[in-house]
Design a protein around this ligand. Structure first.
Ligand code: GDG
Length: 487
């Protein structure tokens, strides 16, 4: 079995210097970490990434953070200017909004691209220093799309694989990117490219066809093949999953059961509806709040009988747009509670912080309805985690955005909505509020089956299977090359 080298922008924790000159270690929240951590913990390997602190990386806190992890950690450092232009700039003010179809939110600053390349080169250096013949090198996500090109320039000929966690946009939107050609050429330096859904794979292939006249997409039923620069690149869909068993086990634990009972008891006679997201404009939080407001306005039977628990995990607050976005959420929550609350009922319970795992699981288990309504999402793991934790008679109902990658797998059980259609979402809230226990259970059973079968280990196995032949082949070629040189 090859050694697994995972490369992602962030490590699974963040180091932070407090005002008292003390270092704190916070587990990173977010989909990528939730998915990769259990895999590396189980099979070992190396994780290369940035520990979230600009400037020099403090050795002792880093060692403390990684002790007992079950895998090796290789930190990559970023200066403040690099963090601003690579992470906040190109990654999160160009690629993130564009790939979520929100081109008006993009800040196309040419200097961002230069820093993006420089930082990708630093990751490439870290990989080149740590990888050995036969390693399975797996680069993750939109921050590191230039890494393979940087590695090829460093004469690394190993097989390189890449997975995109966010959506890939359709050509009409991708074409707005000033570096569209350079980015696609860089991506085609990988040997295997993985996407979340059929939609993303189709968009990517369409962009390759339209933007690169020297690339050829071969018609194929399974894994797609692209001929480019005398090489063959493979691309396919690998929908990411969750560690189903650990969520289900966690949800039935005594600790979580107790918190679940407490949460339910706090809202007698009400159905609980959950929103749990990172602070991000792609997650559709204001649209969801407007839909809830509309539901309370038009459907009086919901008043006093439904509560929306909206938890938002702070994220990227240094970017002004995220700050403004949080203000919008605060105002909407204030408006709804100001208009509809009574002496005994508050319609929205809103928190702006990260829940600990047991609390998060208790929320999943306690809430009869989950509102997962991103404007666009690569997958959305919250939707899957909610299903895994719906352990009481399969009684949870999932209202899911048709634009979340998860909709492709969960559509037989979820109630799909267009998150932009406030009235439709409002009517759907009423519909699921009235939904019979039998229908809820039948829908949830279907979803739980998919989430259980297509879990995170299945995802990793299918990706590794698709990539391992390439790794073995390139290791053989490299050792032949080495033998020739020594002869
Ligand atoms: C990216 C893509 C894709 C949420 N609230 C709390 C908390 N969470 C955890 C959830 C979940 C994760 O955060 C969020 O994952 P998502 O998948 O929903 O979203 P992104 O962070 O945007 O992830 C996404 C994913 O990568 C994986 O490929 O699905 O489309 O955008 O795991 O559990 N965790 C804790 N407290 C909270 O309050 N501890």
């Amino acid at each position: 079995m090859s050694r697994l080298i995972v490369v992602s922008n962030r490590l699974p924790f963040a180091l932070d210097l407090t005002s008292e000159d003390l270092w704190t270690v916070t587990p990173a929240a977010g989909g990528l970490v939730s998915a990769i951590e259990p895999v590396l913990r189980e099979r070992g390997g190396t994780w290369i990434g940035w520990p979230g602190v600009a400037g020099e990386i403090p050795r002792t806190p880093l060692e403390k953070a990684t002790r007992g992890a079950g895998y090796a950690v290789v930190p990559v450092s970023l200066s403040k200017a690099e963090r601003d232009e690579f992470y906040y700039g190109y990654s999160n003010e160009v690629i993130w909004p564009l790939f979520h179809d929100l081109q008006n939110f993009c800040h196309f600053e040419p200097a961002f691209w230069e820093t993006y390349k420089t930082v990708n080169e630093r990751y490439a250096d870290a990989i080149a220093r740590h990888c050995q013949l036969g390693d399975f090198i797996w680069v993750h996500d939109y921050h590191l799309m230039y890494v393979a090109q940087a590695l090829r320039a460093r004469r690394v000929h190993a097989a390189l694989t890449f997975f995109l966690h966010i959506p890939f946009p359709p050509f009409d939107i991708f074409a707005k990117l000033p570096q569209q050609q350079r980015l696609l050429r860089a991506l085609l330096e990988f040997d295997l490219l993985g996407f979340q859904t059929r939609r993303d794979l189709r968009n990517f292939l369409q962009c390759v066809r339209r933007v690169l006249s020297d690339a050829e997409v071969l018609p194929s039923a399974g894994i797609q093949r692209i001929h480019y620069g005398g090489r063959e690149i493979r691309a396919s869909r690998f929908p990411i999953g969750i560690d189903f068993e650990s969520f289900e086990k966690g949800a039935v634990s005594e600790e979580v059961a107790q918190r679940t009972r407490k949460l339910r008891a706090a809202f007698p006679g009400c159905q609980l509806m959950l929103g749990a997201d990172r602070l991000d404009y792609s997650k559709g939080i204001p649209e969801r709040l407007r839909a809830f407001r509309d539901a309370l306005e038009r459907h009086r039977e919901l008043r006093g009988r439904v509560v929306l628990i909206q938890n938002v995990v702070p994220s990227r607050v240094e970017i002004p747009r995220y700050h403004e976005f949080k203000d919008r959420i605060d105002r909407l929550v204030g408006d709804i509670n100001g208009r509809f609350s009574t002496d005994t009922w508050l319609p929205v319970h809103y928190r702006f912080r990260s829940l600990n795992r047991d609390d998060l699981l208790a929320h999943y288990r306690a809430c009869e309805i989950a509102l997962v309504t991103p404007l666009k999402d690569g997958m959305n793991l919250v939707a899957k985690e909610y299903c895994a934790c719906s352990v009481d008679k399969n009684d949870g109902v999932l209202i899911l955005s048709q634009f979340a990658g998860a909709a492709e797998q969960l559509k037989p059980g979820a109630v799909l909505v267009n998150p932009y259609d406030v009235e439709q979402v409002a009517d759907t809230i009423l519909k699921v509020f009235r939904m019979s226990a039998a229908e809820r259970s039948a829908r949830m059973k279907r979803m739980r089956r998919v989430v259980r079968d297509e879990n995170v280990f299945w995802w990793v196995d299918s990706f590794l299977k698709a990539g391992s032949q390439l790794t073995i082949r390139s290791a053989r070629i490299a050792s032949r090359r080495q033998a020739k040189i020594t002869r």
